[in-house]
Design a protein around this ligand. Structure first.
Ligand SMILES: *Cc1c(COP(=O)(O)O)cnc(C)c1O
Length: 395
């Protein structure tokens, strides 16, 4: 693109960022479904390998369609560089393992996506990397944990499923003083509602599977950060371990991302309305939504997020039995542990996504048996309200 993406507003970057056209002048991004590339000469091949010539080498290293997605994501995030990966977990794994070495120490918020929690609590210690979890919303715990040197801080805000928030600017300052880089899993906020790099984070990771595809079709992930870190630390790890994103999936994500702003804007309006509606329904004990004034951290949400997001969490009276009864009575809302889809999806975290962490850890995180997590889609809000009211009623 000849215009500097930094001069464009976010919605425009979503549509135009990173686009490169072939000599056919196509409007839509081209799908370069190729694993390899040919050279005009042996000298050009040699130059490509020494780095003297810029030329694609092999699709595990780079691919034009994947490259367009990376450039577009970087433009949206305001990041110097991006590398796409096959899944969100490949992105988290690469960001952590490329940076860490034996003897390092990691501090993480307790309320992490299940597989992120497993990497920190179970995988890293196998390589002599120690880890400590803190309650992400409690700055005193961050301060205590980061009073000692650390190499990396990993956190998610708002968290899954209780929508707990971490004060990004404050934790970044503490982390940097301890010698750590800050890696933020920004999936729930999306790049449109929260910009962790501007608040002091060093690296942002995404599961593109969620709002970026947004239509429940493909898996994908991304790591964004400074050019030097991406090229010198992340890139050798990715190139040699191979979590490459398929060009086909990159192409779908490029098309999905064009409507991200429309979908997330509509989703925020609908989710806020549904949160208020749920709060007034009999049988609903409590609702969590970042911008509602009864959210304990709504003031923090107002400073670091520009919208509450598309996720609503609520607790019904009557524990698992009532939660299951309500979910089994949904006609429109589907039972699924996925999120960020055009279709509204509900999950019971205690028996699905957060089953493996155990009852004690669930209790610490506030994930009771009555908690239901709702990913709000693009249906008419009135139909969603009807479905929720009927499912939660006695009749
Ligand atoms: C889904 C998700 C991931 C993992 O992404 P995959 O694409 O499923 O590998 C990581 N973090 C959060 C917050 C997620 O929602």
């Amino acid at each position: 693109m000849s215009i500097d993406p930094a001069s464009l507003r976010p919605a425009t970057r979503l549509v135009h960022g990173g686009t490169i056209r072939s000599n056919f002048g196509e409007t839509s991004e081209t799908l370069f479904l190729t694993s390899g590339y040919v050279y005009d000469s042996a000298e050009q091949a040699e130059g490509t390998f020494t780095g003297a010539v810029e030329h694609y080498q092999y699709s595990r290293f780079g691919n034009p369609t994947v490259g367009m997605l990376e450039a577009r994501l970087a433009a949206i995030e305001g990041a110097e560089a991006c590398r796409a990966t096959a899944t969100g977990m490949a992105a988290v794994h690469a960001a952590l393992l490329s940076h860490l070495k034996a003897g390092d120490r990691v501090v993480a918020s307790r309320a992490l996506f299940g597989s992120c929690h497993w990497i920190v609590s179970t995988l890293l210690p196998r390589y002599a990397i120690t880890s400590e979890f803190v309650d992400g919303g409690d700055l005193a715990q961050w301060r205590a944990a980061l009073a000692r040197p650390a190499a990396l801080v990993l956190l998610e805000t708002p968290s899954n499923p209780m929508l707990e928030m971490v004060d990004l600017a404050a934790v970044a300052a503490l982390a940097h003083a301890a010698g750590a880089i800050v890696v933020v899993d920004n999936v729930f906020a999306t790049p449109l509602l929260q910009q962790p790099l501007a608040l002091g984070a060093d690296v942002v990771v995404y599961s593109c599977t969620k709002h970026i595809d947004g239509q429940g079709r493909v898996l994908g992930g991304a790591v964004l950060g400074r050019k030097k870190w991406v090229e010198e630390t992340l890139q050798p790890f990715i190139r040699n371990t191979g979590p490459a994103l398929s060009p086909f999936n990159a192409w779908l994500l490029l098309k999905g991302i064009e409507t991200l702003s429309l979908r997330v804007t509509a989703g925020c309006v609908a989710a806020a309305a549904i949160a208020d509606f749920l709060a007034g329904l009999p049988g609903v004990r409590r609702v969590w939504y970042p911008t509602r004034t009864d959210h304990p951290q709504h003031a923090l949400a107002a400073t670091q997020m520009s919208g509450g997001g598309t996720m609503v969490t609520f607790e019904v009276d009557g524990g698992k039995e009532e939660a299951f009864r309500a979910m089994n009575r949904f006609r429109l809302i589907a039972i699924s542990n996925n999120l960020g889809d055009t279709k509204s999806l509900a999950t019971h975290p205690a028996t699905t996504t957060h089953m493996r962490i155990g009852a004690e850890e669930r209790a610490r995180l506030g994930i009771t048996d009555g908690v239901i997590r709702l990913s709000v889609g693009l249906e008419d809000v009135a139909d969603l309200k009807d479905d929720l009211a009927r499912a939660l009623s006695d009749g």
